[in-house]
Design a protein. Structure first.
Length: 113
């Protein structure tokens, strides 16, 4: 199968590696924003189990009193949210696993023991 015959799903699951002969080029789309994420949240809604919501936050406030309840909650300042399918989430995991194995400091790499 040639590159032109591959489906969009096939291409989306590829992990591209930059080389001297084949660099990776990216462009920032209109309204693109860069942010620093101190943490992330993951959520799946009961009514849509096929969609994963991944949110990135910059600050967290603990112990927020809730109205009409004795419970306390945590509040997050969300910077961005990515909504994706489980297939995309799995591809993201593979991409991150590969990148972490190749480039992260040793304390962040998974133990092979």
């Amino acid at each position: 199968m040639t590159e032109n015959q591959r489906t969009e799903s096939d291409l989306a699951s590829d992990i591209d590696f930059a080389t001297e002969d084949s660099p990776i080029l990216t462009k920032k789309e209109p309204n693109f924003h860069r942010f620093f994420a101190r943490g992330s949240l993951l959520r799946v809604e009961e009514y849509d189990s096929e969609t994963v919501q991944l949110a990135f936050w910059s600050s967290k406030e603990e112990g927020i009193p809730m109205e009409d309840s004795e419970k306390e909650a945590n509040g997050y300042s969300l910077e961005a949210e990515a909504v994706m399918t489980w297939s995309t989430a799995s591809n993201l995991r593979n991409l991150l696993d590969n990148y972490i194995e190749e480039h992260a400091p040793d304390e962040y790499k998974q133990s092979q023991d």
